[in-house]
Design a protein around this ligand. Sequence first.
Ligand code: BG6
Length: 477
Amino acid sequence: IPVDDFDLVIFGATGDLAHRKILPGLYRRFVAGQIPKTAQIIGAARTEQDDDAFRAEAKAAIVEFGKVDEGSDTLADFLRHLGYVSIDAKGDGGWDELKSRMRAGAIHAFYFSVAPSLFGDLAEHLARFGIADDHTRIVVEKPFGRDLASAHALNAVLREHFKEEQIYRIDHYLGKETVQNLMAVRFANILFEPLWKSEYVDHVQITVAETVGVAGRGSYYDKSGAIRDMVQNHMMQLLCLIAMEPPYHFDPDAVRDEKLKVIRALEPLEPGDIVRGQYQATEDAPGYTDDAENPASRTESYVALKVRISNWRWQGTPFYLRTGKKLRARTSEIAITFKEPPHSIFDDEGGPKANELVIRLQPNEGMNLKVMIKEPGPGGMRLTQVPLDMSFADALGDDGTDMPDAYERLIMDVIRGNQTLFMRGDEVEAAWAWTDPIIEAWEGSKIRPEPYDAGSSGPEEALRLMHRDNRRWREIR
Ligand code: BG6
């Protein structure tokens, strides 16, 4: 179903994100028949070039990152929607031209795919040249600040010209199908929700493991580290979706109010509840300091945390979070380990084991529920644990190729005017308010991150974070 007619302007259209995600994503929505016939996608950046040159650039990006055949007629049709205006974010050149391209009656959305230091300039120019009005939507990307003060300042700059309802802050994890599925699993089934509390849940593990390192983006990453790059945003969002109370409706503020309450209920972290790691070179792989080109770097490429939520539902149930680069496998999952049954009626030596629900976010999206059954055979009442395993692709008869990418979904939500999967300003600030003291304590210390081998499961020290609580991490594989 096509969305309403729109003019989408991409500031930073010659940049990496536009090439890798935004343009290929829009193309896929075009193939799906969602882009209206008259919709315009206008690239804007400093480079001086005309519409045709930008179309050629976009074509190359879509061919490379969208894996599309160069000679495709559909691609040629899509490129007709594209235009380009050369704009100087800090100067006045190009803005009148941009204004003349915007059509009355169409939805106007502006994607700020630029450094956050330019947000203010873009917002101010859009207002001053009369390009933006009360219906304009703007889209901004992470990093949304690098601490509470800078995030607050960015919010203030944007709010000078736009209302909160006009600002779409992207966290691409919220656009992932399985992340949205978390809400469906929790709130469209009666099975899980009654057990979803500390009375029945022993602990929760959230893992986002990556095999990639930081080569090529070391200059950004080295100033950021895993807490700023992954925990403050993506991991926090996952935690919120698992821990939040049922919203009264799947609507933007209802959902975001509940997420905010979780963030506000996070206990400050104790120093012993965090382990930082940095990958080191092995025979076949370079180490972090090589990739980041900073031999003295103390930046963490891995972090494991034990998080407590101070509210009725979660009192006494820890959430263990870990994320890292150059780990042995790419896997993201959420595992909910339930408590053991209070009493066993069977003589079986081991007795029943705790049920576990694992939600796999990527790859091979699906769910796995471990349940106890009787071991088959005449040997008496022996218990064994088996998985009820479901891959979403199998269950839905889909090989996954039609699954929209996070960006596609989110860009279309902007055009539809649905903010449910975008972060509200207060949410982002609350997340920084929680991570700031963790970062400050580290930056004020001289401690070095724990080394771990590239291609391993992370630092040994992270194992101890669990072992001291008589628990263990799930294997990364
Ligand atoms: C980005 C981070 O936001 O998310 C990257 O900046 C990280 O460091 C990426 O690799 C992970 O996203 P995905 O979709 O590959 O899990």
